[in-house]
Design a protein. Structure first.
Length: 80
């Protein structure tokens, strides 16, 4: 299993991070806000834990969506 995480940067708006968490990880507003604040305050936040193929797909989807909207949001995965 692999953790999918978002990394903090100084440019991606908080609202965009919340939207990404809701869209790609099916979180409600409260859960998404909690993870966004963790990313903002601690530098990274875990979005979920998934099998390797699903984690890799989520990383690709989030990264592509962020670039499409011209944000440098980083999404990574690491073994859990």
């Amino acid at each position: 299993m692999y953790k999918v995480m978002l990394l903090n940067d100084d440019f991606t708006p908080m609202d965009f991070v919340i939207e990404v968490l809701q869209r790609f990880f099916s979180l409600d507003t409260e859960q998404a806000t909690r993870i966004m604040l963790k990313v903002h305050n601690e530098g990274r936040g875990t979005c979920g834990v998934f099998p390797r193929d699903i984690a890799a797909t989520k990383v690709e989807q989030v990264t592509a969506h962020a670039r499409l909207h011209q944000h440098p949001l980083a999404c990574i995965m690491e073994e859990n």
